[in-house]
Design a protein around this ligand. Structure first.
Ligand SMILES: Nc1ncnc2c1ncn2[C@@H]1O[C@H](COP(=O)(O)OP(=O)(O)OP(=O)(O)O)[C@@H](O)[C@H]1O
Ligand SMILES: [Mg+2]
Length: 371
């Protein structure tokens, strides 16, 4: 389908869809889109194509996809204004932590900031701390990446390293999540970045959530905390983060909201992405270090289907796996994984997946936690 959109308007596309830009000039989250370049919008996602010069689009829509033209730019002016805060930070590296509720636009805001900060002078890293809706590493991990070119979504980045938490929300493993994020930051610091952006999960409301975010901020010591707020849901958190420099920005009205079920589906698609062509591999226990307290390997009922994080001996994250079986006679773990290297460490997660890589009820994704 061809569609011409006038200057100053935005084409909002809900996936699954693909968009090719013909003549004209277009930006997605601050990234210029090249002519003839095809952009794929995954199911459950929305991308805004802001038209700076009258543009012809070629749009292919999948099942339940849709397209709409709205007036103006859907990027809030406060996003643009906050750039000067970041650029004005004198410290190297400047560390900015992004907080906001689920579906507030955190990932898109990070994408926008990266695109606008990108220059040959700036080495930019991002830590993805959103376990449940991870953009960079597999679900249930925190991960980091460096950015060298404009991007329309963080999902296209390749993780330099990751830390396996094994839960879909930090509320189920706060210590481990903080530990993982701090480790990622330390590793990045060794690579002399100019900016480190830290994206976080959407657990921001309630006493425990606020305490957790404060702990995280104290550990990561951001130079500024960028807070995306829709109404006043971040007020208690803002009060607790009193000693930090904060900037509040708007949550765009064009954000696409997703329910718990949709989020779970998106996560399951993401497990599948990291388990492509997975095979069952037998690993002798004698050559492995098992991480996680209270793993009763002899109680297969309890551990079968456990999501696993695999590392090499240098603690480089290799990928995820799922426990298929424990052979008590041969003392071997049988793991379904697409990792071909030999892991030295296997970390057990709380999440359980069935044979279709669907999360089972015992995955502990209990309310009121939204991930
Ligand atoms: N300014 C915008 N204009 C149009 N669509 C937007 C805008 N900001 C975000 N979106 C879309 O809304 C959806 C949710 O945004 P995003 O993923 O950035 O939120 P999030 O807070 O990171 O969500 P999560 O809690 O799932 O991590 C995405 O599909 C995104 O592309
Ligand atoms: Mg996100």
């Amino acid at each position: 389908m061809n569609q011409t959109v006038d200057k100053g308007k935005t084409l909002l596309v809900d996936g699954p869809a693909s968009v090719t830009v013909g003549s004209g000039r277009v930006e997605v989250f601050g990234s210029p889109v090249r002519h003839t370049h095809k952009i794929v919008i995954r199911e459950g996602k929305r991308l805004p194509f802001f038209v700076a010069e009258k543009t012809d689009f070629d749009v292919a829509l999948g099942e339940n996809a849709s397209v709409e033209v709205v007036d103006g730019d859907t990027i809030p002016p406060s996003w643009t204004e906050s750039l000067s805060v970041l650029k004005g930070l004198q410290k190297k590296p400047a560390v900015a932590m992004i907080v906001g509720k689920a579906d507030s636009g955190k990932t898109s805001y990070c994408t926008y900031l990266i695109n606008k900060l990108l220059s040959p002078k700036h080495k930019i890293a991002i830590i993805d701390g959103d376990l449940g809706q991870s953009d960079i590493g597999p679900p249930c991990t925190v991960a980091y990446a460096f950015i060298s070119k404009h991007l329309t979504e963080l999902y296209s980045l390749k993780a330099e390293n990751a830390f396996f938490v094994g839960a879909t929300s930090p509320s189920q493993a706060p210590d481990k999540t903080v530990e993982g994020m701090a480790l990622m930051k330390t590793e990045i610091l060794g690579k002399t970045p100019d900016f480190i952006l830290v994206n976080t999960d959407g657990w921001v409301e309630g006493e425990d959530a606020v305490k957790y975010k404060l702990r995280l901020a104290e550990k990561l010591e951001p130079d500024t905390v960028l807070c995306i707020q829709r109404q006043n849901e971040l007020e208690p958190l803002l009060a607790v983060l009193e000693k930090f420099v904060k900037t509040v920005v708007e949550s765009p009205s064009a954000v696409k909201q997703r329910g718990m079920e949709k989020r779970k589906n998106l996560r399951e698609l993401n497990y599948a992405k990291y388990m492509i062509d997975a095979k069952v591999r037998a690993l002798p226990l004698s050559h492995l270090r098992i991480e996680e307290e209270n793993v009763a390997l002899n109680k297969l009922d309890e551990v079968k289907g456990a999501l696993l994080g695999l590392y090499d001996s240098q603690r480089k994250f290799l990928g995820i796996g799922v426990l298929h079986e424990f052979d008590n006679v041969r003392k071997t773990l049988k793991i379904l994984t697409s990792v071909s290297e030999k892991p030295a460490v296997v970390a057990f997660g709380k999440v359980r997946l069935d044979k279709n890589l669907r999360e089972t009820a015992s995955s502990g994704e209990s309310e009121p936690v939204r991930v």
